[in-house]
Design a protein around this ligand. Structure first.
Ligand code: LMR
Length: 404
């Protein structure tokens, strides 16, 4: 029966992480998967989340099914976090939000919804993008294309452009050529894999292009709070909604609350009015029902408890700020160690990029060498997870990078 089934070649991120776990070398360093590790190399349990969990367990009762769209307190907390409590799109009820199984689950429900209701539309993702975006949208039956994004630099340009920036003009030029109702996937902050974000001015310049070309933005916000702060990282979503654009946004709590395995995220669709939002919510529920019926309870209640209690919320913001600041300190430490090892080379991109990731420019074979010879794991695209560095391994990582 199953002779025709081909072996699975593995996932570029998750399978690599499994390989790392099996690697017996004691000095191994995991700079691959997008997980925040603390300075001791552990995944932190946030105190705000620990307190919320104690309350959730104390109040725990019969475990019926959640509604298809998830828990009401979670969904409204998500809207407030993303858009701000007084945002007109929230108060007018023109946002349809569902609780999803991680933001991946939200992205996929959104992709299925698009395949059904925008059958002529194609998807455009940044070059490069998160390894799983293409697979996810193609898995929903959609055609996926790329728009220019990362600037690998040009030493012969005048003045020479260093690697590690954004090719905004080329990005916009491509978006201007797309047919109406094309889906444009945008990273709201902390671009994965490059760490290169649009500036606020560039977001503002993008809005008229999206409107004039009648494009449908799909924001991925997996790292809120890891860029410049919770509010600053939500700026793009708020600006697009304030401009009256319809949009999708998938957001995650995996990283910001360190609750990876709880698989807790949301999908929100900002519509023109409350009636549209009602219909969209109904069809999202139907999409959920045909996939997994309804989301799990626990993670959503941890998140809703933290966001709903002013003391826990303050504590969480402090813990998130500490994670963000540690990543910035590791960016600086890696930068300084690389400059010391290779004077004259420009590693400034490590300081200007934001979030967990930086793009090293290493080729897949160099990444393989780094793993085989030094036990330092990066994703084969050359993506390095700065959040895997700590004061005990950053010098060794820099040494291995310098030797590769
Ligand atoms: C990553 O980009 O490494 C994370 O978002 C984990 C994943 O699911 O790929």
């Amino acid at each position: 029966m199953f002779e025709h089934i081909e072996p699975y070649p593995g996932d570029p991120i998750l399978s690599l992480n499994e390989d790392f776990q099996k690697d017996p070398r004691a000095h191994k360093i995991n700079l691959s998967i997008g997980i925040y590790f603390d300075d001791a190399g552990r995944i932190p349990v946030l105190e705000s989340v620990r307190s919320a969990e104690a309350r959730v367990l104390a109040a725990s009762g019969p475990k019926s099914y959640l509604p298809m769209e998830g828990a009401a307190n979670f969904r409204s907390a998500v809207q407030t976090l993303l858009f701000g409590a007084g945002h007109e799109a929230v108060t007018s009820g023109r946002i349809a939000t569902i609780q999803s199984v991680g933001s991946s689950g939200g992205l996929k429900v959104g992709a299925d919804f698009i395949a059904r209701f925008f059958p002529g539309s194609q998807v455009w993702v940044s070059d490069p993008t998160w390894d799983n975006h293409r697979a996810m949208f193609e898995g929903a039956g959609l055609t996926v294309n790329t728009y220019p994004y990362y600037d690998a630099g040009d030493a012969r340009a005048s003045p020479p452009r260093p690697a590690g920036g954004l090719n905004f003009d080329a990005m916009v030029a491509t978006l201007r050529t797309l047919p109406p109702k094309s889906i444009v996937l945008l990273h709201a902050c902390c671009h994965n894999p490059t760490g290169v974000d649009l500036t606020p001015a560039q977001w503002d310049a993008l809005i008229p292009v999206l409107r004039e070309r009648e494009l449908l933005p799909y924001l991925d916000l997996a790292y809120q709070g890891f860029g410049d702060g919770i509010e600053a990282d939500a700026r793009a979503a708020r600006a697009l909604a304030s401009a009256g654009l319809s949009l999708f946004i998938a957001n995650s709590f995996s990283k910001s609350m360190s609750v990876y395995g709880e698989r807790c995220g949301a999908l929100s669709v900002v519509c023109a009015d409350a009636q549209q939002a009602d219909n969209v919510l109904g069809q999202l529920k139907f999409t959920v029902r045909r996939n997994y019926s309804s989301p799990p309870i626990h993670g959503g209640q941890l998140v809703a408890t933290v966001l709903g209690d002013p003391t826990l919320r303050d504590q969480w913001e402090g813990e998130l700020a500490a994670m963000r600041e540690r990543i910035l300190a590791m960016r600086r430490a890696l930068h300084d160690a690389l400059v010391a090892n290779s004077p004259g080379r420009d590693f400034g991109y490590l300081l200007s990029q934001r979030g967990m990731f930086s793009y090293t420019g290493l080729t897949p074979s160099q990444v393989d060498r780094l793993r085989e010879q030094h036990a330092v794991y990066l994703v084969r695209s050359g993506r390095l997870c700065v959040a895997g560095l700590n004061s005990g391994n950053v010098q060794a990582a820099a040494q291995a990078l310098s030797e590769t």
